[in-house]
Design a protein around this ligand. Structure first.
Ligand code: SER
Length: 314
């Protein structure tokens, strides 16, 4: 079997940092090239091949793919939901242009696989909020959600038209301690742990009973790699797979933290992100991922809280 050579675009982001480290453990450090528009994240700096690359720069990307003999691309560069609403056109351009360029390049250069993340943001307020199915009404209201749903359709199109092996997951909110989130509506669920340890209190930008689907980063990274390593005939959906682990509200995550830090206090000051959250599902039906390629989550809220606090305490 040919040695895979992986390019990660957006390696400095919340998913990218941990995915880079996990893929390097599998394929070997030299076979996973990390890239981002920024200088290397501290956890990646000096620890393997790293290139400063703008995901919008098709020529530079193609040059790198050819020079390094890249066989797989993970395109993670994107503007998320909250940032996207501040500059919708820019979010659309970044999220779409980078994807279409990578899909074209993958066909042209005969890459073996492409990974591109989607999100629960593809769903809107006309979708059933509980146990949102894989296939359902899809009317995203944020530019991020629109770009993710359009991107899913493009991925499916390239698979059907050109046979490209492109795979995707609709991530819920992701909670991590190694890498920081940026510009998402679910980011409160990361900030709260940092603030609990630093200041013993946190003001949530979502209201107390705002339930959203969430997942610990360990599960998300393992799920991503399991999807990418599954044999192609198992992948029944070339749109993105729903993936679920837990659903909680700010009040519930606060209660989980209080089991470790009894004096922790939460207050609520919802901002523009409340409206985004109100348009999203509260829980996700991921039976397709479980049936097709054996997805199983391992972390629930309390297990995640214990792990987050343990690591952040240092
Ligand atoms: N975590 C993302 C966001 O909040 C959802 O995909 O934008």
């Amino acid at each position: 079997m040919k040695q895979e050579k992986v390019l990660i675009m957006g390696a400095g982001g919340q998913i990218g940092v941990e995915l880079t480290m996990a893929l390097r453990a599998i394929y070997g450090e030299a076979n996973v090239i990390a890239s981002d528009i920024r200088e290397a994240h501290p956890l990646l700096a000096g620890k393997g091949p790293y290139v400063v690359l703008n995901a919008m720069d098709a020529n530079a990307t193609l040059e790198l793919v050819k020079k390094e003999g890249i066989t797989q691309i993970y395109l993670l560069a994107a503007l998320l939901s909250a940032t996207g609403e501040k500059d919708p056109k820019r979010a659309w351009d970044i999220n779409m242009q980078s994807l279409l360029q990578v899909l074209d390049m993958a066909v042209q250069e005969k890459l073996t696989k492409v990974y591109w993340p989607s999100s629960i943001a593809v769903f809107g307020s006309t979708t059933a909020k509980q146990d949102t199915p894989q296939k359902t009404i899809v009317e995203p209201r944020t530019v991020y959600g629109i770009s993710k749903y359009a991107g899913e359709l493009w991925c499916q199109y390239y698979n059907q038209r050109w046979g490209l092996d492109v795979r995707s997951i609709r991530y819920p909110g992701l909670i991590s301690w190694k890498s920081e989130p940026g510009g998402g509506t679910t980011d409160y669920a990361v900030e709260i742990y940092h603030e609990a340890l630093k200041h013993g209190k946190y003001t949530s930008f979502l209201s107390e009973h705002t339930y959203l689907p969430m997942m610990y980063m360990d599960d998300a990274i393992r799920g991503t790699i399991e999807l990418m390593e599954a044999s192609a005939e198992k992948i029944q959906s070339r749109m993105a797979y729903n993936l679920s682990a837990m659903s909680f509200s700010p009040k519930e995550i606060a209660a989980s933290i209080q089991k470790h830090i009894p004096s922790f206090e939460i207050s609520y000051a919802p901002d523009f992100r409340q409206q985004i959250a109100d348009g999203w599902p509260q829980s996700i039906d991921d039976s397709a991922a479980r049936a097709d390629w054996g997805w199983q989550h391992r972390f629930d809220l309390d297990k995640m809280t214990a792990d987050m606090l343990h690591h952040l305490k240092g």
